[in-house]
Design a protein around this ligand. Structure first.
Ligand code: ATP
Ligand code: MG
Length: 557
């Protein structure tokens, strides 16, 4: 989609308002420009048929058409024109801020609402740089579009006046501009491609940075952190080359413009004087008009170049948005049901690509009991939990919640009843409290402390000077692995879920802590269904039911 189409269709009122402002400004410009020869004629005490109507207009307004009044008319026009243009630019600035905010929210909403399978295949770097740099640049396109509109409106005003005074000059200016536009167009198009390429390289750098930061410790410990340096350095070198190319294109446009413009100006003035035999008063005005309109034309080409670069960034972010929208999670079910019975898998089959994980598997997870799933690594334990959360959908079979097919249920309402401790224990780079509540202000301190208490976090939080307000660092690096895991357990408990899924939730804990936590889970299972994926003896001992994944089916042990 073209950026200007997007602006006009998404922000029609604002854009039309700005358009009207620049159009009025250009009409005022034309009027003031006509007042200039009228002033000259008036100063020389001569009459001119072509500017006579300006004098008549002043008389009509009750103002004597003296030189002084013409000067006041001229200055008022210039002031009005600039006030209008400045207002249009300020309003465009406000609109840009709104556009950037809206684009960010669109992309964020589309991303978070996409299918899980699509989501995990995307690079976080693409979203991060799209959300920050690309959208910012696309928003700048609005400011540039308004500048282009204003410049073109001014050019039209200048050319109209030139046409009125001596049409030959206006025709020469139009023809010259069209020929030049044809040659500059290539440089402008290159700028759009540059915008795209630059955005892609920045995405690569951001992805590489976030990936290597996440796993920097082993890389540093093995003195292999330079591996990512090399990759990033490579992208950076490419950006440097691109920037140099773009600088050359931009300077070429500048230099060529200056030479060609000045050459045509000199030649046009020469021929105009020689062959058109214009009166002196017109000539001065025409030279000003021609020079100004060609200068404005040059300015418009620079603005078009900047705008083309914005267009490149806009296309990149738009493609990502469209991809996310095309992969929107579609779950038509709308039944809001609160869990109060068994969760059953009935003849479920599921594949990850060509990799068959479950084949005609059936199982029951008992209500308010501690159900364990065991099985060798890579057999599909986590996949079973993800199927129950509706992150994946089985190719065959049904998942029943109290006998209701999960497909018929409102998926977000169902997920709202789940507490999930995943295998990966990374925290958000904020304080302990926010890691538990995920920023949800509706949790009382009492609920937060209760969840932390149950997850055995108290012993390491109490000695901290800032308590639950202690920052945990990037990925929770300021805490030990076991402490991070316990905060994640507290997060899964804070909203008192009806179903608690524990995927290797105690793997990082010492035996003693694990033992006492397993008793906490046992106690929780009195009023909460628990599905625990674990091989650890402590969790096995407290389990009411054990299911094993063997040969792509679930077997009751
Ligand atoms: N998103 C995915 N796309 C493709 N294959 C996947 C995906 N997620 C998991 N797999 C594959 O599916 C299989 C089952 O994965 P799953 O995570 O369910 O195993 P698991 O039993 O939990 O293993 P572990 O005990 O190691 O955690 C594995 O072979 C894995 O490589
Ligand atoms: Mg797993």
């Amino acid at each position: 989609m073209q950026l200007f189409q997007f602006f006009f269709s998404a922000y029609p009122k604002r854009t039309i308002l700005v358009f009207i402002a620049v159009t009025i400004a250009s009409v005022i410009t034309a009027a003031t420009l006509l007042a200039l020869p009228a002033l000259l004629f008036s100063l020389l005490g001569r009459d001119s048929a072509k500017t006579q109507f300006i004098n008549e207009a002043l008389v009509y307004l009750g103002i004597p058409p003296s030189a002084e009044n013409l000067i006041i008319f001229l200055l008022t026009g210039i002031i009005l024109q600039n006030i209008l243009l400045a207002s249009a630019n300020i309003y465009a600035g406000f609109t840009t801020a709104k556009i950037v905010k809206d684009l960010r929210m669109h992309l964020l909403n589309a991303t978070t609402a996409s299918e899980w399978n699509f989501f995990i295949k995307q690079s976080s770097g693409d979203f991060t740089s799209s959300l920050t740099q690309e959208i910012e640049k696309a928003g700048d396109g609005y400011g540039n579009m308004v500048l282009i509109m204003a410049t073109f409106a001014q050019i039209i005003a200048y050319l109209s006046v030139a046409f009125f005074l001596a049409w030959q000059i206006a025709v020469v200016a139009i023809v010259t501009s069209l020929i030049l536009s044809y040659f500059f167009n290539k440089l402008i198009r290159a700028s759009r491609q540059y915008g795209r390429n630059e955005a892609q390289l920045v995405r690569n750098i951001v992805s590489q940075m976030s990936d290597s930061y996440r796993s920097i410790k082993p890389l540093k410990a093995m003195a292999r952190e330079r591996f990512s340096h090399e990759i990033i350095a490579n992208f950076t070198r490419k950006i440097k080359r691109l920037t140099r190319k773009n600088t050359v294109a931009s300077e070429l446009l500048d230099g060529m413009q200056e030479i060609v413009l000045m050459a045509t100006v000199i030649l046009t003035i020469y021929f105009a004087f020689k062959y058109l035999e214009l009166p002196f008063e017109y000539s001065i005005v025409l030279v000003i008009l021609y020079l100004r309109s060609m200068k404005l034309f040059g300015k418009s080409q620079k603005q078009l170049q900047a705008y083309a670069n914005n267009q490149g960034a806009f296309e990149m972010t738009q493609e990502l948005l469209e991809l996310a929208l095309a992969n929107k999670e579609h779950r038509p079910g709308h039944k809001k049901h609160v869990l109060n019975g068994h969760i059953e898998l009935k003849n479920i089959s599921f594949k990850h690509g060509d990799n068959i994980i479950l084949k005609d598997a059936s199982a029951t997870f008992h209500y308010r009991k501690l159900n364990s799933i065991i099985g060798p690594s890579g057999q599909g334990k986590t996949t079973v939990a993800d199927l129950i959360c509706g992150l994946y959908q089985p190719s065959n079979g049904r998942i029943l919640i109290d006998g209701i097919n999960l497909e018929r249920m409102d998926i977000r309402h169902w997920r709202g009843q789940i507490g999930y401790v995943t295998q990966e224990n990374t925290l958000l780079n904020t304080n302990i409290k926010n890691n538990v509540t995920l920023g949800d202000q509706s949790f009382t301190d009492e609920a937060i402390y209760r969840a932390l208490e149950r997850a055995h976090c108290r012993e390491f939080i109490t000695p901290l000077p800032d308590g639950i307000h202690t920052q945990v660092g990037e990925n929770g690096n300021f805490l030990s692995g076991g402490q991070r895991q316990r905060i994640l357990i507290a997060r899964a408990l804070v909203h008192s879920p009806n179903l608690l899924i524990l995927d290797e939730a105690t793997s990082a804990l010492d035996m003693e802590t694990e033992q006492s936590l397993s008793h906490v889970f046992k106690e929780i299972s009195r009023d909460t269904t628990i599905i625990s994926i674990s091989h650890r003896p402590a969790m096995m001992e407290v389990s009411d039911y054990v299911l094993a994944i063997e040969e792509k089916v679930l077997i009751q042990k």
